[in-house]
Design a protein around this ligand. Structure first.
Ligand code: HEM
Length: 173
């Protein structure tokens, strides 16, 4: 009975994780479309309804990212098995024996790196816009902060795409 409850509990957490992930992906797509469309297609700054949609999905996205960071941090921590070739080199140099099973494990280092990059890039992405809303900064710095937001968003998008490709490749294996 208790085993079946723990099984049920585990699957609930898994469903929650998938739900948060899907909401995060959906809000990211909305943010990217509403942010990049005026800049890249129309050649102007984001205005009107697009700002409203962008600003509505931004806190949803930030919240989901915070939850995912907590849920996946343990899974994405760096371990000695992440660089098997380096471990083998150290063993050869120090003439010691290593854990063969751990070295052969598929550790998906790229996925871990892109995960942490997403988490760290979210800080300048959010902070740049938050700071630009304070009257503390003059027009020059507000423009600069918006530019930081835009360029961080470009890098952020590339990292998200690489992370998704690695995730899909891993699932397909
Ligand atoms: C962390 C959550 C985010 C917040 C709080 C946020 C907030 C904002 C706000 C308020 C603006 C309008 C700024 C203005 O016109 O003065 C803006 C613009 C923009 N955002 Fe975001 N955003 C977030 C995430 C994202 C993401 C994930 C992307 C793309 C992947 C993105 C891409 C853009 C772009 C390209 C612009 C237009 C910049 C420009 O007009 O030069 N944002 N954002």
């Amino acid at each position: 009975m208790s085993r079946s409850i723990s099984k049920y509990k585990r699957s609930l957490v898994d469903y929650l994780r998938i739900l948060v992930y899907l909401v995060a992906v959906f809000s990211f797509v909305v943010l990217a479309l509403t942010g990049f469309y005026p800049v890249l297609v129309l050649g102007e700054h984001i205005t009107g309804y697009l700002v409203m949609i962008h600003a509505t999905f931004a806190p949803v996205f930030a919240g989901c990212l915070a939850v995912l960071a907590v849920m996946w941090a343990r899974q994405c921590r760096f371990t000695p098995g992440d660089l098997p070739w380096f471990e083998r080199l150290v063993q050869r140099l120090t003439l010691t024996e290593g854990d063969e099973a751990r070295q052969n494990r598929n550790s998906c280092l790229g996925q871990k790196i892109t995960f942490w990059l997403i988490i760290f890039l979210a800080l300048p992405l959010g902070l740049s816009i938050l700071l630009s809303m304070f009257t503390l900064f003059g027009t020059y710095w507000q423009e600069m902060l918006l530019m930081i937001h835009r360029y961080t968003a470009y890098i952020f998008t590339v990292v998200v795409v690489v992370h998704t490709v690695l995730l899909l490749r891993m699932r397909a294996k």
